[in-house]
Design a protein around this ligand. Structure first.
Ligand code: DX5
Ligand code: ZN
Length: 220
């Protein structure tokens, strides 16, 4: 079953607790927390204290996405704050392999992300060190953008190249473009705008939970 991970970048920052409670009560599987350093991406978002307070307040998997040039500078802080998944970018100025090993050693999911313009080749050397690959479906930095249609093909390429971990996609995802991502091998859908701007989040999450990879339909 596809996991739904609301991105709190699309929540109302003045009413974050209200919006997160709404998402958790609507049955989401993970909570996606974007961390931005105003250098790797032209925006600034969230810090370890937010993750700590979310961990203290809600019982939900915290999926932390580090859009940072130097993710190693805050890895320890996010691990101790309670991140359950910690994802770094392959394009960051860091030793991705060493950092993935460090994250995994802390007993949490180690994720590696690539932007839409970065080829799948960039993650293949890390297949054994990453528990999750995050294929960005928009240029990272802002919510509410249009999904890049080249990314489902990249997800299929990563799957066909033998990656057996979780594949996540993030940015511009809604119910109309999600099926193609699922058919490519997606496990986790990060959705900000589409989820937080819908009247009935629980209905949408229920519908998404029923979505299956088309190829599997013949088996059931
Ligand atoms: C963009 C972030 C996404 C974003 C979600 O850099 O990584 O998580 O908040 O995007 P939308 O709102 O398009 O679902
Ligand atoms: Zn994200």
């Amino acid at each position: 079953m596809i996991k739904v991970a609301p991105s709190i970048l699309a929540a109302d920052p003045i009413n974050l607790e209200r919006d997160v409670r709404r998402a958790v009560e609507a049955g989401c599987d993970w909570l996606h927390i974007d961390v931005m350093d105003a250098h790797f991406v032209p925006n600034l978002a969230y810090n370890p204290d937010i993750v700590r307070r979310l961990k203290e307040t809600f019982d939900i998997h915290l999926d932390v996405h580090l859009m940072m040039d130097r993710p190693e500078t805050l890895t320890e802080s996010f691990i101790s704050a309670g991140a359950d998944t910690l994802t770094i970018h392959a394009e960051a100025d860091t030793d991705a392999g060493a950092l993935l090993d460090r994250i995994r050693k802390a007993g949490i999911l180690a994720g590696l992300s690539i932007k839409p313009g970065t080829p799948a080749e960039a993650v293949k050397p890390y297949f054994d060190q990453a528990d999750l690959i995050l294929a960005m479906t928009v240029e990272p930095g802002f919510g509410g953008q249009k999904l890049d249609r080249s990314v489902p093909g990249k997800i299929r390429e990563i799957r066909d190249a033998g990656f057996s971990g979780l594949i996540e996609a993030d940015g511009g995802i809604n119910e109309t473009n999600l099926q193609e991502l699922i058919d490519s091998g997606l496990d986790v859908a990060v959705m900000g705008t589409a989820l937080f701007h819908t009247a009935d989040m629980a209905d949408m999450i229920r519908r998404i939970h029923r979505m299956k990879m088309k190829a599997n339909r013949t088996e059931t």
